[in-house]
Design a protein around this ligand. Structure first.
Ligand code: FAD
Ligand code: UDP
Length: 370
């Protein structure tokens, strides 16, 4: 048979598009993923100890978009969480992102929002338009706090100095002079109540959608007939790396189950200046699962090589320039839509991918028989 849409990737980008096209247009969609599960990097599962884990790194859903909340709420109830993260350095835990409590710990005595703002005003480096991730932090808090929390974490995570990364990388992290110690600013912060995998299963349950797992598009395509392709994999791979391999950052996850109710005092502890790993995630703090044991996952950044997962596009001018050559080719590739974090080479959060997939769904050409 001829599919209306062949969709490569069952992550947020592919699943939202399959759902929209099937339920709004009655289109017949075939979704392929080379992994053995749906959900892309947002996939979650119970490990062998029965603890709900995010095997591809912690996925804290948050958004300011009413459209995205309303859309996803068709497929899940929510478990509201204020995500809280600590940073471990100089032998102690610090509240992170930087807020008034962190500042008090730093100066060693109680303070006020006004006093903190006045101190930062003196220590910050005056830069009107920060051009990179070093400048975006030193222009807000000055060098000592930058060096304590950002410099080495960023080098470890990206194997690049913050000065070589876009301002948006470290600029993702809020800096506050009040006592708000939540990791994120967004108004809606919640996890799907029954997990991401269950939410994706509902999205893809439409009778017009077929999902084939452990199926690589590059091998399956010659046997498939379709009218339009939606591609959410790495864009350089689609074009056989004709302009060279794009740079990505990869990760290695090391899970450990421990016979204690909780191992650490928060859902996530960051290690800017100690260890080869960047963070230790104990998701139980966020899911609220009640169990006498726990699972933690240590996250080690590593260089990307074919065969590893390309977790992060590199938000930097040189990588973007290389990507722009692929983007030019993608713009004239007939019958194909490129969407999602890897296909558009953007450091997108989940809600941004959902929003862009919803927008694409409205723009896609009407196929004959649609
Ligand atoms: P993906 O989820 O990567 O899905 C693409 C899918 O395509 C994959 O399943 C892949 O197997 C498949 N695929 C690729 N090529 C082929 C092929 N040739 N054939 C078949 N299948 C193929 N966002 C947040 O909002 N909050 C967070 O806290 C957060 N934390 C993150 C932590 C980490 C460690 C990472 C890596 C990302 C995090 N994100 C977070 C971002 C989030 O993962 C992405 O925004 C979102 O999952 C992107 O969805 P996607 O569909 O574009 O891509
Ligand atoms: N970052 C840092 N120190 C921290 C946490 C984050 O320097 O303790 C920087 C680092 O460059 C990181 C970026 O801020 O890549 C964004 O952090 P976030 O936790 O949002 O990263 P993600 O969850 O996307 O990996």
């Amino acid at each position: 048979m001829t599919w209306d849409y062949l969709i490569v990737g069952a992550g947020f980008a592919g699943s939202v598009l399959a759902e929209r096209l099937a339920s709004q247009r009655g289109a017949r969609c075939l979704v392929l993923d080379r992994r053995d599960h749906i959900g892309g990097n947002a996939y979650d599962k119970l490990d062998t100890a029965g603890v709900l884990i995010h095997p591809y790194g912690p996925h804290y859903f948050r958004t300011n978009s009413d459209r995205v909340i309303a859309y996803l709420s068709q497929f899940t109830e929510w478990h509201r969480v204020d995500y809280r993260v600590l940073s471990w350095t100089n032998g102690q835990h610090w509240q992170f992102p930087i807020n008034l409590n962190t500042f008090e710990q730093f100066i060693g005595h109680p303070s006020t929002p006004e006093a903190m703002a006045a101190t930062l005003a003196k220590s910050r480096v005056p830069i009107e338009s920060p051009r990179n991730s070093e400048e975006v932090i030193i222009s807000q808090v000055g060098r000592p706090l930058y060096e304590l929390f950002f410099k080495n974490y960023t080098r470890k995570q990206w194997r690049r100095d913050p000065s070589e990364l876009d301002p948006s990388v470290c600029g993702r992290i809020p800096i506050r002079t009040n006592r708000d110690d939540r990791f994120c600013d967004e108004k809606f912060q919640a996890l799907p109540r029954d997990g991401y995998a269950a939410m994706f299963a509902k999205m893809l349950a439409h009778p017009n959608i077929e999902v084939r797992l452990k199926t690589d598009y590059r091998e399956a395509r010659q046997h498939l007939a379709f009218k339009h392709l939606i591609y959410t994999g790495p864009i350089d791979e689609y074009f056989d790396r004709c302009y060279g391999a794009l740079p990505y950052r990869s990760l290695r996850f090391e899970p450990e189950t421990l016979p204690v109710e909780y191992h650490q005092p928060a859902m996530q502890v960051n290690y800017p200046n100690d260890h080869a790993y960047t963070r230790v995630v104990e998701l139980k703090h966020a899911t609220g699962q009640k169990l006498p044991h726990t699972t933690i996952i240590r996250e080690y950044p590593q260089d990307y090589a074919p065969g590893l997962e390309p977790y992060y596009p590199i938000p930097a001018p040189d990588a973007r320039a290389q990507y722009s050559r692929y983007a030019e080719r993608a713009a004239v590739e007939r019958g194909v839509t490129f969407v999602g974090r890897l296909a558009t080479y953007r450091y997108y959060n989940m809600d941004q991918v959902v929003a862009s997939a919803l927008t694409e769904a409205d723009k896609l050409p009407i196929l004959s028989g649609d």
